[in-house]
Write a protein that binds this ligand. Sequence first.
Ligand code: ZN
Length: 438
Amino acid sequence: MKLPHDERFITYMNLLNKTQWWNSSELEKFQLKKLKQLLKHANDNVPFYHEMFKKLNFKPDNVTNINNLNRLPILTKDIIRNNFEKLNARNYSKDRLISSATGGSTGTPMKFFIDKRWQACNMAAAYRAWGWAGYRLGDKTAFLWSAHQDIQNSKNFVAKAQKFILRDITLDAFDLTDETIEKYISIFNKFKPKFINSYSSAIYLIADYMQKRGINNINPRAILTTADMLYDYKRKLIEQIFNCDVFDYYSGRDTSLQAAECSEHFGYHLSIENAVVEFVKENEIVSQGETGKIIITDLCNYAMPLIRYEIGDLGVPSDEKCPCGRKLPIMKSIKGRILDTIITPDGKMISGMLLPAIFAYYDIKGIYEYQIIQKRIDMLLVRLVKGKDYSKKNLNLFINIIKKKVGDDMKIEIQFVEKIEPTASGKHRSVISEILKG
Ligand SMILES: [Zn+2]
């Protein structure tokens, strides 16, 4: 992991550790104040919103309630792509903008800008959420996810120093074979991580391997899972094999919202200090317990404000109160992050998170949507929706990165399509295995 080089990180983390115990009306007041500041900034400095607010006669000063947001249209990834320049704040010079990208676990990659303040807010909320599992800064942690970010960060001195202070290691989650799992198990044995923070699918595959061989001597204090759907049977096996609690959390790269379980495992507490979260179906807010599209207004991104942004996942809101006493609202479940595992002819198991990670860490332009279907043990069908910057060169780059992971024995077939339809339940499935379940 990398800590933000920004003093606001510590200040903000201390604040969040207090606000989590505020009552609902204090939290709402705090959130409304931040929302109004963001809307004012968007009106004053972001051409896209300036024009929109004018057309709708929407005045940030008149906002009295977060529900007033429903006068504004929902911001889709298509709208963002088509208005990219106009969404950047004019009062931000280029050198303050940090380019980022989301691979879109639902199959829709997107580029956007953030700034240092956003990083501080985002990480503060992430560390608070991990804190609910008992984690404290400096605790020995093994991360099992995409190693791309870590490789990039490990080059400079500050990153190396942080690595020493944070005492963590990163293991590549896309390289799981019997051999590498054995290697990871021996690393766990030597390093003795207090926490394992992993893609749900990767730690499940390791737990499954350990169960089959009767290994159960790795006992961290807790395991944090993220990124792809954590089914109950997977949670149970991981808990049983590692003999500890599993804390699932949700964290996107595109917004500073964090949603995480506390020790009550009552659902996911939403970090509403960082974001206004709405659950919408056909433009209407859904009732408690009903599934809706997750719409986020990120209160921390001033470089490129995302107001009523449709992230592509589905969630179920709840008005139940968590027994832990925190008044941060609860999202009962997250739907839509179903990513099957790809199996290669030589037995390597590759988490479906590989695809979102490729888009997050490589500059691949011109692919608006993707879906990969494993048809046979030696054949992947890659379905793509071309975007306006599409080129053969970008396609080759994308395919070559996949090839490097899946090996030469896997045949890759490309199919261009107009649109990738969600499943009947509204879920987008970007990696589907027809040869394996779960
Ligand atoms: Zn709780």
